[in-house]
Design a protein around this ligand. Structure first.
Ligand SMILES: [Zn+2]
Length: 398
């Protein structure tokens, strides 16, 4: 009898210790997990650089710089504060003298992720949603994930209200640029979507996401969706009948079409239907880096004939290199083929890729472009003015 109650007590103590251990593990997982994941997925090649030439630095400080693609809202970091990992936050954007950052929202990524032949049957983002304790609706709804991340950008705007604002109209942009002439310690962001699967097959969700602040819409991401085909999908089809409706509604609302990740057929279909300039927020070009993700010469010409812009990405599979020279090679190739007026930056910062540097070191690009004999006027256009011009033409007036 005594033996049995002693055993019972030992068992109870063991169980208690196990529950305490599991609770501690869960607390630590939720407290430190998001930062560990963000750090692991978004490394940089280097954080220490020699200073650049004074003339390059002076030119860099005079530029209005825009970057067309960063997935920074995905990782649960407080972007109002500077971090020692990841690629983008408001203090580092200001340090890099970037005037405008497009914050792109990712809602579903297949696993395993391939360059070709992905289906939409798996979902890697749910792990991040649970780990970061997003609202439960985001576990089941891609639209809810988009709205949640849009809300996070508003939180950044509230926390860093004297440094950061969200641009939604051409009037916002004009006012902001005028104010920035007096004060370079302010910066701004746009809200973009990476993949129209977040519309969940419903045309009315175009308006819902417009209301939430989205202004740039990538029609496809890593798999074919209800709107159109992806370059990495199975069918790689063009625009669907719903896709045609979506495109029309986006035109009516003055939302900008982003053809990054779109299948060649979707690119053709969109260019055959819209009269407004489109952009490719982050891509490489097959002329310097030949793979299915990057744009052919034919598509570069077609996209830019409508006044479109190509945001050149900074990562390995975009430019076939991990340094600023590979990036400049792609910029040179694209400028020579379609004209410098159609070239922009589309980093893919915080896009689960290794970067040559974080946003605070954007002056490396200005320096490398100067060394590659681009004129100051060309550098101004590539680094941001082309993006500003396109947005002035395409965003809703007010
Ligand atoms: Zn992407």
């Amino acid at each position: 009898m005594v033996k049995r109650s002693r055993r019972k007590r030992a068992l109870q103590r063991g169980l208690f210790a196990l529950v305490a251990l599991c609770t501690a593990f869960i607390i630590i997982l939720f407290a430190m997990g998001p930062a560990l994941v963000a750090k692991r997925f978004n490394p940089t090649v280097s954080r220490a650089f020699q200073p650049i030439a004074p003339a390059s630095q002076a030119l860099h400080q005079s530029l209005t710089i825009a970057d067309l693609h960063a997935d920074s809202l995905l990782w649960g970091r407080n972007l109002a504060q500077s971090a020692s990992y990841g690629h983008v936050d408001i203090p580092r954007i200001i340090q890099g003298n970037v005037a405008l950052q497009n914050f792109t929202v990712v809602t579903q990524v297949p696993t395993p992720l391939k360059l070709e032949g992905n289906t939409g049957s798996s979902d890697n983002i749910i792990k991040l949603a649970i780990l970061q304790r997003w609202p439960i609706a985001t576990w089941f709804s891609l639209k809810a994930r988009a709205l949640h991340q849009a809300r996070q950008l508003e939180v950044v705007e509230q926390k860093a209200s004297d440094q950061f604002r969200i641009i939604k109209t051409a009037a916002d942009l004009e006012l902001y640029l005028t104010q920035r002439q007096q004060n370079q310690q302010i910066t701004a962001g746009l809200l973009g979507l990476e993949g129209a699967q977040a519309f969940e097959g419903k045309i009315e969700n175009v308006d819902a996401l417009y209301k939430a602040g989205f202004r740039i819409i990538g029609l496809a991401h890593f798999f074919d969706n209800e709107v159109g085909g992806s370059a990495h999908g199975v069918k790689r089809n063009g625009l669907t009948p719903l896709g045609e409706e979506v495109l029309q509604r986006m035109d009516d609302l003055h939302m900008v079409v982003d053809l990054a990740h779109a299948s060649p057929q979707t690119i053709d279909d969109v260019l055959g239907k819209t009269q407004r300039p489109v952009l490719v927020s982050h891509s490489g070009v097959q002329g310097t880096c030949d793979n299915a993700r990057n744009l052919s010469d034919r598509n570069l010409k077609k996209i830019t004939q409508t006044g479109g812009l190509i945001g050149i990405g900074f990562w390995e599979t975009a430019v076939c290199g991990q340094d600023v020279d590979a990036l400049v090679r792609a910029i040179r190739y694209t400028s020579d083929l379609v004209g410098v007026e159609h070239v922009a930056l589309g980093s893919d910062f915080d896009g689960a890729v290794q970067m040559p540097f974080d946003v605070s070191h954007m002056s490396r690009i200005t320096d490398a472009l100067r060394k590659a004999n681009f004129s100051d006027t060309d550098i101004q256009k590539i680094m941001g003015l082309n993006v500003i011009d396109l947005l002035k033409q395409t965003l809703p007036e007010k």
